[in-house]
Design a protein around this ligand. Structure first.
Ligand SMILES: Cc1cc2nc3c(=O)[nH]c(=O)nc-3n(C[C@H](O)[C@H](O)[C@H](O)COP(=O)(O)OP(=O)(O)OC[C@H]3O[C@@H](n4cnc5c(N)ncnc54)[C@H](O)[C@@H]3O)c2cc1C
Length: 394
């Protein structure tokens, strides 16, 4: 049971941040101990679907899922952690929570529309609706950044407004940088070309557009190459930043210059016995994804259970194989999954191989799932049912 006295609260485990990893670990912990989940937003935000939530009004509501049925014994506290040390969490409201164990799950911020930039879901929905209206009027869209967010946003805009002209600009030499294969990038480029989306690599704007990102306003910008581009709206599709500024005391030694936190194999903060971290804020060498944040949760819950039971060997987290599911609208996109056969049962693998053979699909042999399978894996449903079920909000 959690105890409160004045502006001091005590709990066995404080989970800081109610994103993908935070809800997963809080739910696991709730089954066997006292847990307080601290989160400033009034609802969980399913940002995996944020770009569809921008372009398709039916999806805007699906982005915001209630927290109130997540925990059966524990508490979700709507507040922001402003200071966390090895044994306590101080909140914006002034309350201090003394905790036996702390799980840091504060994720990362990303420019709108990829992540909502307000704690209030009604205000966030209103911003998505306003921006959608601006997009609907825009004949020419400029996207800065050819990573997964820039590409996904381009695909969603094309699916909603096929006549809109879209240009993506990125200073890097290739789309979707990282440990993916050339064949994966080539398949995405092929689909982008077929959709009429222009990608300009290896150059950047000479200066920032004169309008604010995501607001209507025609402008002409000049690339370093000298080419001039005119657009009616633009979006920033880069610049994710881990949220770890609240660390205090000894905990700060685990923070790297890029803001990420060094963790041990058992997902404790380096140098700490009772403070864990998961998801986007960790410096683990693996893609920063909701799926990996959720995969950290059972390891942390098991380790806290072991510590509460008096100690013993702790479970180590082992990063999974590399992979990414990258939809280009509900029916397009590609998935990089070189180890896909290890993740499905043999009968399903045989069925997928047979289906690919019948269709003359040569991508599968290169560890790439094409548009149809990508649509089935994510593009059609954007995993909303999975997280609604986790929150008991289905
Ligand atoms: C457009 C887009 C599409 C994506 N699609 C996919 C996908 O298809 N599959 C996939 O696996 N990943 C996807 N990702 C990546 C995925 O969203 C992140 O990796 C994931 O959100 C990380 O989860 P997390 O639990 O670490 O943090 P987050 O989900 O970022 O949650 C952190 C939470 O902590 C809260 N918080 C922050 N600071 C504090 C504080 N001081 N006190 C209390 N609470 C705080 C925040 O409000 C937030 O709710 C996508 C990302 C984007 C932007």
């Amino acid at each position: 049971m959690t105890h409160q006295k004045g502006n001091l609260m005590r709990t066995t485990v404080a989970v800081v941040g109610g994103g993908y990893g935070g809800i997963a670990v809080a739910k696991e912990l709730d089954a066997f101990t006292d847990v307080v989940l601290i989160e400033p937003r009034d609802t969980f935000v399913h940002n995996v679907a944020a770009l569809r939530g921008l372009t398709d009004p039916q999806w805007t509501d699906h982005l915001f899922l209630p927290y109130d049925r997540l925990l059966t014994r524990g508490t979700v506290l709507r507040d922001l952690a402003v200071r966390v040390d090895a044994a306590s969490v101080t909140l914006r409201s002034g309350t201090r929570i003394d905790a036996g164990h702390i799980v840091l799950a504060t994720g990362s911020a990303y420019p709108f529309p990829a992540k909502a930039d307000t704690e209030d879901s009604a205000a966030a929905k209103s911003r998505y609706h306003h921006t959608r209206q601006a997009l609907a009027q825009a004949g020419r869209v400029l996207l800065l950044g050819a990573g997964p967010v820039g590409l996904e946003l381009a695909g969603e805009i094309k699916a909603a407004w096929p006549d809109t002209s879209i240009t993506i600009v990125d200073p890097g030499p290739e789309i979707v940088s990282g440990g993916y294969s050339g064949a994966f990038r080539a398949e995405l480029r092929r689909q982008l070309d077929a959709m009429g989306i222009r990608v300009i690599l290896g150059t950047r704007l000479r200066e920032q557009p004169p309008t604010a990102a995501g607001t209507a306003g025609t402008f002409t910008a000049t690339l370093q190459s000298g080419e001039r581009l005119t657009a009616d709206i633009w979006f920033r599709c880069f610049g994710g930043a881990p949220a770890t500024g609240y660390l205090a005391g000894d905990l700060t030694t685990a923070r790297r210059p890029d803001g990420r936190l060094t963790v041990t194999a058992d997902l404790r903060l380096a140098g700490q016995q009772r403070v864990f971290a998961l998801g986007d804020i960790t410096a683990i060498e693996e893609p920063k994804q909701a799926g990996t944040a959720v995969a950290h949760a059972p390891v942390i819950a098991a380790n806290i259970r072991t510590l509460l039971d008096g100690g013993g060997p702790l479970t180590a987290y082992r990063p999974g194989p590399p992979g990414i599911v990258l939809p280009l609208g509900p029916h397009g996109g590609a998935t990089y999954a070189p180890n896909w056969e290890e993740q499905v049962d043999p009968a399903t693998a045989a069925h997928i191989r047979q289906h690919a053979k019948e269709r003359g699909d040569t991508l599968l042999a290169q560890g790439i799932l094409g548009a149809e399978l990508t649509s089935q894996l994510k593009g059609e449903h954007l995993n909303v049912g999975e997280y609604a079920a986790l929150l008991n909000a289905a």
